[in-house]
Design a protein around this ligand. Structure first.
Ligand code: FAD
Ligand code: MLT
Ligand code: ZN
Length: 480
């Protein structure tokens, strides 16, 4: 088997699926949970932004940890490579096979085990969809400490495996901090139960961290315990337009100073992103959008409605008085806030709607944040209208989503962007992956994010946990 899309990549020394393997899987999973019809398998082979396509011939859908463990025993015995898949919303090609890897979907592992309102924890299987867990927590007065636009499809196991960041990391912290417990199945089928619900546990190596952000290359997450904060009584939002990126930075600083502990999100988008949502999705921006405008969403979450609304209003007035903000509106009714959030959350959807998208997810020192967009625009100027560079992201975390859209994939354009964008990012002291991971697309650029010594240690960890290399091959680590 060779991959048409990746002609220079060699398939690993794995078995090709045959009837004996399928018969072995049939002893573990009922027929309806083994998909082999090419029409049924097809959607699992393609990623969300339709830029990666595998050639798998089978999807396995276990319901329990024990079933998944038995599946992995068979895969180890026959040296079958596997690709774990959650909601398939990943943006770096990690969730779909590269060649013919067996797809293991966690979608049917969707049980919420237990919500503890006193400790503020939720224990669930890996395939629980983020939005479903959020709804189950609401009556208990709790919430998930992170949120992302893909909430209706992405799964807790996928969030853990990618170490997802999202819209409120600046307030509630990272997956590393909020994932208290993990259960994972290793390559040989071993079940590693670390379903801790404790906040503090310093019993040696923090093994669960190995599964947070390792994108299915070290084990398959089957269950987890998430720390859940108290649901805020009041949420307030400001949607702002600004004239320059310099003003965006000053407004961010003012937001931190004036809104202090209530600040729950601080996001920015450039004019081109907002125009894309307006034109492609028919959502109207309530503020004037000229070619050099910038927009921000500033959100607070707190416990006293009057006080929080007043604080937000004072902040917007001060930003206007200082002439940092051109125009702004505030909202606190859920439907109005949801409408405004669409202008931010649906940028990914709109940018990838008709075009091929090259996505870069980088962390930068704030002073360099928007320079990345300007530098890349200059670099791609020879492509004219064929390469449109846009920027938006989690300004509160220094995380820029840098995108290049074109009517179709072009090798020439790809080569003009990569490795330039990674070199530039590493050169200014940034990270080439802020929150999406390395997946398949960025694996070969790992050297821009890690030293040779660190990569060697990563390889040693991989080899000791997955000696046959069957877990999500071609992902995260560069080809050796
Ligand atoms: P998948 O896409 O199925 O898989 C992602 C990776 O994890 C793959 O490498 C896969 O093999 C592995 N994996 C999945 N499940 C498991 C498991 N149980 N055990 C081991 N490995 C597993 N990401 C952010 O960080 N912040 C955002 O704000 C954000 N917003 C997004 C908005 C949109 C509209 C979209 C489409 C994506 C967004 N993402 C964001 C990216 C994506 O949603 C996240 O990476 C998410 O965490 C992936 O979850 P998933 O269940 O879809 O995983
Ligand atoms: C977001 O913050 O909206 C996401 O990470 C998705 C993206 O980068 O496109
Ligand atoms: Zn993001």
């Amino acid at each position: 088997l060779t991959s048409e899309r990746y002609p220079s990549l060699k398939r690993g020394p794995f078995a090709a699926l045959n009837d004996t393997h399928v018969a072995a899987f049939q002893k573990i999973l009922s027929a309806d949970r083994i998909l082999t019809d090419p029409d049924d398998v097809a959607p699992y082979n393609v990623d969300w932004i339709k830029t990666c396509c595998g050639q798998s011939r089978i999807v396995l859908r276990p319901r329990t940890t024990e079933e998944l463990s038995a599946v992995m025993r068979i895969c180890t015995e026959h040296r079958l490579a596997v690709c774990p898949q959650g909601g398939n919303t990943g943006l770096v090609g990690g969730s779909v096979p590269v060649f013919d890897e067996v797809i293991i979907s966690t979608s049917l592992m969707n049980k919420i085990n237990h919500i503890d309102p006193i400790a503020g924890t939720a224990s669930c299987q890996a395939g629980v969809v983020l939005e479903k867990l959020e709804s189950a927590l609401e009556p208990e007065g709790l919430m998930i400490p992170y949120d992302l636009g893909a909430r209706g499809s992405c799964q807790i196991g996928g969030n853990i495996s990618t170490c997802a960041g999202g819209l409120r990391l600046l307030r509630y912290g990272s997956m590393q901090a909020n994932t208290l417990g993990v259960e994972a199945v290793l390559a040989d089928g071993t079940i590693l139960n670390m379903m801790n619900s404790l906040k503090k546990d310093n019993t040696g190596y923090h093994l669960r961290q190995l599964f947070i952000g390792s994108e299915g290359t070290l084990g398959i997450v089957t269950q987890a315990v998430i720390q859940c904060p108290i649901r805020p009584k009041s949420t307030n939002l400001a949607f702002l337009s600004l004239n320059s990126f310099k003003d965006v930075l000053s407004t961010f600083v003012l937001a931190k100073r004036s809104l202090s502990e209530t600040l729950s999100s601080c996001e920015m988008m450039d004019s081109a992103c907002v125009t894309s949502v307006e034109e492609k999705l028919g959502i109207k921006c309530p503020l004037e959008n000229s070619a050099d405008s910038f927009f921000m969403i500033v959100e607070t979450q707190g416990s006293r409605e009057d006080h929080d609304a007043e604080k937000m209003s004072n902040f917007v007035q001060e930003a206007m008085a200082k002439e940092l903000v051109v125009d702004g509106i505030t909202a606190n009714e859920p439907s109005r806030m949801a409408n405004l959030w669409q202008l931010r959350e649906r940028i990914t959807e709109s940018l990838s709607k008709d075009d091929y998208i090259f996505k870069y997810d980088i962390t930068l020192p704030l002073a360099k944040f928007y320079e990345a967009v300007e530098v890349l625009r200059r670099e791609l100027a020879p492509f004219g209208n064929e390469a449109k560079v846009t920027g938006f992201g989690h300004i509160g975390d220094g995380n820029l989503h840098l995108n290049v859209t074109a009517s179709q994939y072009s090798e020439k354009l790809a080569k003009a962007i990569e490795p330039f964008v990674f070199e530039w990012t590493a050169g200014v002291g940034g990270s080439i992956s802020a929150e999406h991971g390395m997946g398949f697309k960025k694996a070969k650029y790992l050297k821009y994010g890690k030293s040779p010594e660190a990569i060697k240690l990563m390889r040693n960890i991989k080899n000791s946990m997955d000696p046959l290399g069957i877990l999500n091959p071609y992902k995260v680590l560069p080809p050796s």
